[in-house]
Design a binder for this molecule. Sequence first.
Ligand SMILES: [Cu+2]
Length: 187
Amino acid sequence: MKLVHTLAIGAAFVFSGCAVGQTTHDVIVGPNNTVSFSPKDITIAVGDTVHWIWEGGGHNVGSGLPGAPTSAFLSGPPAPAGTEFSVTFDQAFLDANPIAGNLYDYHCHPHGEFGMVGSITVTVGRLCADQNDNGTLEPSDFTAWIANFNAGDLKADTNQNGTLEPSDFTAWIAAFNMGSSGPICNP
Ligand SMILES: [Cu+2]
């Protein structure tokens, strides 16, 4: 507690330019001459990008289940090996394409009926800096971070490395300074 307090005095008002980027998740289309996506089902955070890479040809990527396509995304007609396609599942995408549980099924049009299907589940976490989980960032999130940290609550794990340590404090400062464009955390 004392260590954390000392750090706070030294660093609380230093702007951090540390950029915490969103994650890009690669999915292989038609690996090893199979009619499949790999990995098939993934869970990502809001703001992340899914990047499909064609290892085999004659495939495409279209949202929805086989026989029931949706308009959320479509790579185009079946395409050759080497094709790439990306979709960023940011808040604007979620708003434009609302679906239960933010679960986006997709399939290859020629091979969906043969099991070439996949899914993307988008988890909408809270801003990492929002330690009191009230949906906004304010100075009380700082005292909430201290409380969470001292309680061993992984909500204080603002650098998202799975453990609590002093560097989570600097990560909290960075996240706080980024405001609403800051990183998303679960929990
Ligand atoms: Cu296919």
